[in-house]
Design a protein around this ligand. Structure first.
Ligand code: V47
Ligand code: SF4
Length: 359
């Protein structure tokens, strides 16, 4: 089968095999992929493109994992290591709520000594003081860490976080799920299988989560397609993933992939293939922080229907050399979307339009 036939198959509503996704990836007909992915997206999402008004907070960069691609993390005593106090975090949340944010996105390193109670109190205080904020927090990697340090099962750790007020989970820590490549890039991290199990447990408890894929380092195209196939299988079972977010590797301060960033060509192809292959994911996000504003804008015609958010203070990608801004204003995001011929719609963290009657 050639790329044109694979694209037609996807548009006819038939599920693509891994071999067909690879065939799309290997095609150099970028516009064919873009056109097909755009049509697939329009069928389910029309010409509306979502964004949200949010604020990222990374409570600490101390991390016991030290993944090879990560320029954000530090070890104890190392220059640049930090830990925000609970008051500092609450102050950032208060400020965000005052500016009209609807979501606080909390992700950090695996701190060597902080107990789970510290994180529970962070969530409780934000929910108490800022009731308009949705608390989206903690990757599956952090959930595993919390369970280990408090001798709890994954399910019980998640229940405690939910009781404290956690409302959904971001999609980080997925990296590349296939074990061989995962071992090369983040040997200390939980396995891909464990990441999937934690997501399945969260979905079983009614917690919606996102899913990411870190691409553009040492992985092969086969790794990427296998990764997406594993996500598609889990989504068939649970329906708990809200959105797929490919994360473009930022190579500064990493010896992976000899320091070259992804190309716009690869970024757009990856998003288009994801839209055609992941037939059970309604939403596809272009994370403008890692793609850059320009590629993110063009991707709105390559199957993307979500531009993420205002972000405000981004550390993970910027410590690794991202050249985008650390945050973007609501009006700037809206005009990027409008200029690409789409209709901007502010969403909440569960993908409901803000300010419209809820179903
Ligand atoms: O898990 C770390 C990645 C992730 C680098 O769910 C890097 O809405 C690129 O998951 N180059 C955290 N990526 C960020 C994340 C995220 C971001 C925005 C929205 C959502 C969401 C989730 O960042 C980590 C890791 O996969 N990362 N280092 C790097 N050098
Ligand atoms: Fe730690 Fe996450 Fe960075 Fe890995 S990617 S070193 S787990 S902060």
């Amino acid at each position: 089968m050639n790329a044109k036939e694979a694209a037609q198959k996807a548009l006819a509503g038939e599920r693509l095999s891994a071999a067909e996704a690879l065939c799309l990836y290997r095609s150099d007909d970028l516009l064919l992929l873009g056109e097909a992915a755009s049509q697939a997206n329009e069928k389910i999402n029309g010409d509306r493109v979502f964004y949200n008004v949010n604020r990222h907070v990374n409570p600490t960069n101390l991390c016991v994992n030290r993944c090879r691609f990560c320029a954000f993390s530090r070890s104890e005593g190392e220059a640049g290591a930090y830990l925000f106090t609970q008051d500092e975090i609450l102050e950032k949340a208060r400020f965000a709520a005052g500016e009209g944010a609807t979501e606080i996105h909390i992700v950090g390193g695996l701190h060597p000594t902080l107990p789970l109670e510290w994180y529970l109190e962070v969530i409780r205080s934000i929910r108490r003081e800022c009731p308009t904020l949705h608390v989206k927090g903690f990757t599956a990697v952090e959930i595993d860490h919390f369970a280990k340090i408090s001798a709890l099962s994954i399910e019980d750790a998640l229940k405690k976080l939910m009781d404290a007020g956690l409302m959904s989970m971001p999609g980080g820590g997925a990296e590349i799920l296939g074990e061989k490549t995962r071992q090369r890039i983040c040997p200390e991290k939980i396995s891909g299988q464990k990441w999937l199990e934690i997501m399945e447990t969260a979905h079983g408890l009614g917690l919606k989560t996102n899913a990411t894929m870190l691409y553009g380092h040492v992985e092969s195209l086969e790794d990427r397609v296998e990764h997406m196939a594993l996500l598609r299988d889990l989504q068939d079972r649970t329906g708990g993933f809200q959105v797929f977010i490919p994360l473009a590797f930022q190579p500064k301060a990493s010896d992976l992939a000899k320091g070259s960033p992804t190309t716009g060509w690869d970024d757009l192809k990856t998003l288009a293939v994801a839209r055609l292959f992941l037939d059970n994911f309604r939403h596809l996000k272009a994370y403008w922080v890692m793609l850059g504003e320009k590629v993110a804008q063009v991707s709105l015609n390559f199957g993307v229907n979500d531009l993420d958010g205002t972000v405000v203070e981004e550390k993970i990608a910027h410590d690794a050399g991202a050249t985008s801004r650390e945050g973007m204003g609501r009006e700037e995001i809206r005009s990027l979307i409008t200029e690409a011929g789409k209709v901007p719609v502010e969403r909440d963290s569960l993908y409901r339009p803000v300010g419209e009657a809820l179903p």
